[in-house]
Design a protein around this ligand. Structure first.
Ligand SMILES: C[S@@+](CC[C@H](N)C(=O)[O-])C[C@H]1O[C@@H](n2cnc3c(N)ncnc32)[C@H](O)[C@@H]1O
Length: 233
């Protein structure tokens, strides 16, 4: 698999649990700023990080592929990180296209909390493209959009995936108006949240598909369908 130091650093910032016991202890001892700029970059082996990342993404794939079809579908990925999950979906299905919306900077000090202003980010879109292309994803199979700078595409998506991003670190409402433009009647969305019941007013169907106890916040993974297009939503 193609991976380099910069990509491995991003993976560690996006998936703190992959950094291992030693780095997590260092983060506690020396602080988040040190962890974000130094430790995550220099005290890691890209090869080991890459292996652990793909193993983790394989597990995510096993989990969500019970609920989504992927074949021939338009998939929207929000906050997809390096897109290891999209690589695995692509290997197993003939997806029509992946549309990826992410942010294009690394916060000085990553906190991993609930971010009211949605200013925290840890990605580099050029590295996402490099990672996808060099690991076998055809260039015309995906398109990457910068949430802060680009006009977002208004295709009708079949499925939307946002793992540990939308409503895990920042409020779902950042995307609500956009979703009203891109949801079809049968579009399905999967994401992680600590407040599954809140979504019963927004969607016709809400189902809990997993419970996460060991992540940064205890959360539920939910699948929702039938966005209710009331004006007061
Ligand atoms: C905890 S990481 C999860 C990454 C990936 N989904 C995974 O499971 O490995 C959260 C990601 O959300 C991204 N992000 C933050 N705000 C965003 C927004 N408004 N739109 C899209 N992505 C966002 C961050 O840059 C970061 O890559």
């Amino acid at each position: 698999m193609f991976i380099n130091k910069e990509i491995a650093q991003l993976i560690i910032l996006q998936r703190i649990d992959l950094s291992g016991f030693f780095l997590q202890k260092l983060r506690k001892l020396l602080g988040r700023r040190f962890f974000t700029s130094i430790a995550s970059k220099y005290i890691i082996s890209p090869k080991t990080v890459g292996k652990k990342y793909i193993a983790t993404m394989n597990k995510e794939y096993e989990n969500i592929s019970k609920f989504l079809n992927f074949d021939g579908e338009e998939i929207l990925s929000i906050g997809s990180g390096l897109c290891g999950l999209e690589l695995i979906i692509n290997e197993n299905h003939s997806v029509k296209k992946f549309t990826i919306i992410e942010k294009n900077y690394i916060s000085k000090k990553v906190v991993y909390g609930w971010d009211n202003s949605n200013s925290e980010a840890y990605n580099n879109l050029e590295l996402v493209k490099l990672f996808l292309k060099n690991n076998g994803m055809d260039e015309n199979r995906f398109e990457v959009f910068d949430f802060d700078k680009n006009t977002l595409p208004t295709n009708n998506f079949d499925a939307i995936i946002s793992l540990y991003s939308l409503d895990y670190h920042y409020d779902f409402t950042f995307y609500l108006e956009y979703f009203k433009k891109v949801f079809k009647k049968d579009t399905k969305i999967i994401f992680d949240t600590i407040r599954p019941e809140y979504f019963e007013n927004l969607f016709d169907k809400v189902e809990i598909i997993d419970t996460k106890e060991k992540t940064v916040h205890r959360s539920k993974r939910i699948i929702c369908e039938g966005l209710i297009l009331k004006n007061d939503n």
